[in-house]
Design a protein around this ligand. Structure first.
Ligand SMILES: [Zn+2]
Length: 153
């Protein structure tokens, strides 16, 4: 085998290797893309499955303690969310009120302190926690403040 033959063989090996690396890169990149897409689809199906399981659990069609636990946790998070949304709405609608200047001619209005038991429910909801007195939406199943069960089946 001559020197030129040796050289051409080496060049051919280098180009084979470059082609191999290029094809390998193309293949792994394509597979990685497919894997990412499959993972995304699996996550999406898991979300749908969770929603379906929640609906079935709430409809009483499946009975599994772990599902009931998850559904209850979800309800509590939603109740807290509704309460926070109401809090936010209230906070956003608050306006600064200038204190009225003291007028000596008219007597100050009599302010009768409202006893706690007569206090009207706040706008966030008509339901009051029997344990801690937290006000929450009527749809709440667990008290967002102390976790006491306040409704539901
Ligand atoms: Zn409570």
């Amino acid at each position: 085998m001559g020197l030129l033959d040796q050289l051409s063989k080496t060049i051919s090996q280098v180009s084979d290797r470059a082609r191999f690396e290029a094809e390998k890169f193309q293949k792994t990149t394509r597979l990685q893309g497919e894997i990412n897409e499959l993972r995304r689809q699996i996550d999406q199906k898991l979300i749908e499955l969770g929603q379906r399981a929640y609906d079935l659990q709430r409809a009483g069609q499946i009975h599994a303690p772990t599902l009931a636990e998850l559904a209850a946790a979800l309800d509590q998070l939603r109740a807290t969310l509704v309460a926070r949304e109401e809090e936010l709405k209230q906070a956003q609608s608050e306006v600064y009120v200038e204190p009225a200047p003291a007028t000596p001619s008219s007597p100050p209005p009599t302010v009768r302190p409202v006893p706690i038991s007569e206090a009207p429910p706040v706008a966030s909801g008509p339901k009051t926690c029997p344990k801690c007195g937290f006000q929450m939406p009527a749809t709440a199943i667990f008290c967002p403040s102390c976790g006491t069960r306040v409704g539901g089946p």
